[in-house]
Structures are given as C-alpha cells and as structure tokens.
Design a protein around this ligand. Structure first.
Ligand code: ADP
Ligand code: MG
Length: 228
C-alpha cells in the first residue's frame, strides 16, 4: 500500500491547432499508490477521459511528466507505450466487447497480450467466475444485460492480472445496485492483489468505495465539493 504506481506532474493537454486550440487539462499533479482506489469525479467535459487516455498511453503527452510503474511516458517510444498498455487493465465507457466472440473468447483475446500465461482458457474461466458469470462462459455479448456486459468488460480488464486498472465511467448505464456491485468488485481486487484502481465518473452513488476522491472541474483539480 505504499509505492506510487501512477505519478503525474504538471500535466496539461490541449486539443486542436492554431485558433482552434483549446486547453482542457491544466497542470495536474497527483500520485496513486498500489492497492489504492481513487475516484476522479467531475461533470461531463471536465477532462476525465482525456486524463485517463494520457495515463494509459492511449494518447501522446504534450507537457508534463507521467510515470506508470517503472515506465516514464514523456518521451516514450511507440514500443514503450505498448509495454505500458500491456500492464494496464482498461475498462472503457463503451464496453468494446467483440460481439462475434463468447465471453470466454473475449477474455482469451485479451490474453494474447500475455503469452506468459500458459493456460488462458482456465484463467479466462476463473476470472469470469470471479465476477459472477460462471453461467455465461459460452454466451455472446448481445445475450447479456447491461450489468453483465460491464462485468465481462471488467473481467477482460482483469484477466491479465494488471497492477493498474483504469476505468472510464464503469457504472454508466447501470442501475445503482449493479453499479455498486461492479465497483465493489474492483475494490476487492485492489485489496487482494494490491492493484491500483483509478476510476473516473460523474456517478456520485459509488463514491463511498474510494480511498480518495479527486474533483476535476474545467481541467483542474479543485477542493472537494459534494455536488458533483
Ligand atoms: P469528460 O470525460 O470529463 O467528459 P473529456 O476529457 O472527454 O471530458 O473532454 C474534455 C474536453 O475536451 C471537452 O470539452 C471535450 O469537448 C473536449 N474534447 C474531448 N475529446 C476531444 C477531441 N478528440 N477533440 C477535440 N476536443 C475534445
Ligand atoms: Mg468521459
């Protein structure tokens, strides 16, 4: 529960060029430790997804420093960025499940990034079981409810045993009870495996699961207010 696994310092980001250029993140600095669950809350448009995509090496940095585990992202080559992504479990806002594949196959697909895992089928099944989907190994995404789809997405993020999970609005489109169950699952993982979980959301119903809550407003961290 001590070493920071995510560190960023003076992180800023702008979209667009020339007169269309618009800054959306302003000098963000924070560190997140192993085993910690940190929620970044903030209204739509405050920069949450942009922040996650920078930390996950899905988008190139412009200014500021980011360290993910032992990797430094500023100045990182494409190969280094790939190496960083392999160490992160992503839960996206849209589930991005492959509709033509079963739940099990979706997980096995993700495990192709982890050739060191020798028994992918067994690991996929064990992970689905851990999120309560033992009955659904052979079902396709369109056969799931919204909550089940999100659980498959979470299982897929977890299947490679990541030290970091980045989750973008994982409870969007879920009812309160299901959303809470999903987030508690991530909380359990953080406790058991020392995984750092960084979750961005505007869903105030799940804030109690966090060790720490950061509030993003117009691209800046502000002192916590409870009204978003
Ligand atoms: P959030 O996830 O908190 O809703 P985003 O990080 O998606 O916020 O967006 C922050 C701001 O950046 C918004 O004003 C949004 O319109 C803008 N933005 C996001 N993505 C792009 C993009 N690809 N091109 C231009 N502007 C963008
Ligand atoms: Mg977003």
């Amino acid at each position: 529960m001590s070493a920071p696994v995510i560190r960023f310092n003076d992180l800023s980001y702008s979209y667009g060029e020339g007169v269309l250029r618009r800054q959306v993140l302003f000098g963000l600095t924070e560190r997140i430790n192993a085993g910690e669950v940190v929620i970044v809350k903030g209204p739509s448009g405050s920069g949450k997804t942009t922040l996650l995509s920078l930390l996950g090496a899905l988008r190139g940095l412009q200014t500021g420093q980011v360290n993910i585990l032992d990797h430094r992202l500023d100045g990182a080559s494409k190969d280094e960025q790939l190496a960083v992504r392999r160490e992160i479990g992503f839960v996206f806002q849209l589930h991005n499940l492959i509709e033509a594949l079963t739940a099990t196959q979706n997980l096995i697909m993700a495990l192709r990034l982890h050739p060191e895992i020798e028994n992918p089928l067994e690991v996929a099944h064990r992970t689905l079981e851990a999120v309560g989907l033992k009955h659904a190994f052979e079902l396709h995404p369109q056969q799931f409810s919204g909550g089940e789809r999100q659980r498959v997405a979470i299982a897929r993020a977890l299947v490679g045993g990541p030290k970091i999970v980045l989750a973008d609005e994982p409870t969007a489109s879920l009812d309160g009870v299901t959303g809470h169950t999903i987030v508690k699952m991530l909380r359990g993982l953080a406790n058991e495996q020392g995984t750092a979980v960084l979750l961005v959301t505007h869903d105030v119903r799940i804030l109690d699961v966090a060790d720490r809550i950061l509030t993003l407003q117009d691209g800046r961290f502000v002192e916590g207010s409870d009204d978003v």
